[in-house]
Design a protein around this ligand. Sequence first.
Ligand SMILES: [Zn+2]
Length: 68
Amino acid sequence: MPVRGKPFKACRRCKALVDKNATECPYCGSRDLTEDWDGIIIIIDPESSEIAKILGFTKPGRYAIKVT
Ligand SMILES: [Zn+2]
């Protein structure tokens, strides 16, 4: 069975995962949202997270690892 209907859309600008029904990103205000993303990373404390630094995430939240 093909996987359709992901629960989130990803923002192409900041990679944040937003509600599927959202029309714009609550983090950066971009309307460039896509369902074409892969992998979830949850940033709780960006200050002390090496991964957050490497990937450039500055705010806590859910992010897509790959957005195409
Ligand atoms: Zn965004």
